[in-house]
Design a protein around this ligand. Structure first.
Ligand code: SF4
Length: 336
């Protein structure tokens, strides 16, 4: 049992497809293992988008890599990661490979790095279909349908292009088509729009949202950008220094956060802030898992910190219906 995050399960989310329960990830470091994910619990119910947000070093990407089964070599895991009831941390490598692509697919931040430069877009999107033994004609028509669905113009011609012949936005659309090819139930998107300019970002987010809703997919969207989360997420999980700071319905959390870290995040983004157009930059530097402060890891940056915060790790508690916070004073924060 991880003593830092003795969180209870949320009773409301019984239809969750993915459930992280006290998930732990340790990475090897020069002075021993470093706990980069420390007792993280959240649910991704069917048909909803959950936004996983945090600054660099918060553990959000390692959490996503644990879900897709692509953690760096030497990583050790603990807790549970239940996918439709099955613990992904304890299945065979073969079962893991089957889940990846067919049941859970990932959309990466940089499609140019994720796509093979020497294979055509059509070849890559159709790879999983060919592996499933589908006929050549079936693969071709399905690839054209998929590219058409994600908004690639003239898909029958463009499927013969190589990744470098696509713009950044079109490459990300191709990446989404590739992720959809295996008919997954969960889409995992890691900073899917960070490498794109602002106008293209909005279009890709709209596309992801409409696909998620039309297909009734679950989506776990990882981002450092609160505006992206505000755009598409139903639920939000806020991470800090490898732990969950707060989770709950996105609209409520962003409007009236129950954790000072979330409040500081919201205040640092002008478009999300409601009372003034001015942004307040987050004070101080983010804590890193290798150098996690004692007690509440946010205490060196927290304007509300008291003596207790320096020594006692706050438990994740349900502080209002559906609202979970790991702050000793969450009720007071909510009242502000
Ligand atoms: Fe701030 Fe203390 Fe709450 Fe941590 S537990 S967020 S330091 S008030």
């Amino acid at each position: 049992m991880i003593d830092s995050q003795l969180s209870e399960r949320s009773p409301a989310l019984t239809d969750a497809q993915l459930q992280a329960d006290e998930l732990v990830v340790d990475l090897p470091g020069p002075r021993g293992p470093v706990r980069v994910v420390d007792g993280v619990s959240f649910d991704v119910p069917a048909g909803t988008t959950v936004g996983l947000i945090g600054e660099s070093g918060s553990g959000k990407t390692m959490t996503a890599l644990a879900v897709i089964g692509l953690l760096p070599e030497g990583a050790e895991t603990g807790g549970e990661l239940r996918w439709q009831g099955e613990d992904l941390l304890r299945v065979s490598d073969e079962r893991r490979r089957r889940v990846r692509g067919h049941e859970i697919s990932m959309i990466f931040q940089d499609p140019l790095a994720a796509l093979n430069p020497s294979l055509t877009i059509g070849r890559q999107v159709g790879e999983i279909l060919r592996r499933d033994g589908r006929s050549r004609a079936d693969v071709r028509s399905t690839v054209i349908d998929l590219l058409d669905r994600v908004g690639v113009p003239e898909p029958a011609q463009r499927m013969n292009n190589y990744p470098h012949e696509f713009s950044g936005g079109l490459r990300q659309r191709a990446m989404i088509a590739l992720a959809l090819a295996g008919s997954p139930s969960l889409l995992l998107a890691d900073e899917p729009t960070t490498a794109l300019d602002v106008t293209v970002q909005a279009r890709i987010l709209r596309l992801l949202r409409s696909i998620q809703q039309e297909e009734g997919l679950a989506m776990l969207l990882v981002s450092h950008d609160l505006r992206v989360i505000a755009h598409v997420a139903d639920q939000v999980v806020v991470m800090y220094a490898g732990r969950v700071a707060e989770r709950g319905p996105a609209a409520e959390v962003l409007r009236r956060a129950a954790h000072p870290y979330t409040r500081a995040l919201v205040a640092s983004v002008p478009a999300v802030r409601t009372r003034t157009a001015l942004a307040d930059p987050l004070p101080g530097a983010p804590a890193t898992p290798a150098n996690r402060p004692s007690g509440c890891a946010f205490h060196p940056r927290c304007p509300r910190a008291q003596d207790r915060c320096r020594t006692e790790v706050p438990l994740t508690r349900e502080v209002a219906p559906g609202r979970w916070s790991a702050c000793h004073f969450a009720e007071e924060v909510l009242d502000v």
